[in-house]
Design a protein. Structure first.
Length: 147
């Protein structure tokens, strides 16, 4: 099994339809692009993704996970005037090498607090890539015959 370290990105407050988590904590396979906010999967497998969203007091936020620009699941936060509300979502998906994941704000007027309070993280739960390794076999041994 191939083991990949987790990746974790934090949002610094730049507002856009696709959230760009530009503070990268772990990106061992270099699958995450801190300019576009897109994570491109490098290995076939089952992945776990999580995001936490914090909004400003009185703000609404509708945010979703997208696989190859297709909506997967979402979060909705409705903040009270005197509170900093947050919400979190975790999803498990089987992905193929080259699939792309991102977190998008569903509406341009929504506000999300950055400064390391809004995060995106994920890891490979298990590899589903076809195994190309041949079974281990030992070469036949020659018998030693002595007199």
């Amino acid at each position: 099994m191939i083991v990949h370290p987790p990746f974790n990105f934090r949002f610094s407050g730049v507002m856009n339809m696709a959230i760009v988590f530009d503070t990268v904590k772990n990106n061992i396979d270099n699958g995450y692009n801190a300019t576009s906010g897109i994570l491109t999967v490098t290995t076939d497998g089952v992945y776990v993704f999580s995001t936490t969203i914090l909004t400003c007091p009185g703000c609404l936020a509708a945010v979703g996970f997208y696989k190859n620009d297709d909506y997967i699941s979402g979060l909705y936060v409705n903040g009270a005037p005197d509170k900093l509300p947050s919400t979190a979502e975790t999803t498990v998906l089987e992905l193929t090498r080259g699939d792309q994941m991102r977190v998008k704000i569903a509406d341009a007027k929504d506000e999300v607090v950055g400064n390391n309070y809004t995060t995106f993280a994920g890891f490979l739960l298990y590899d589903t890539a076809p195994q190309t390794d041949q079974p281990f076999t030992m070469a036949p041994q020659q018998a030693a015959v002595g007199k």
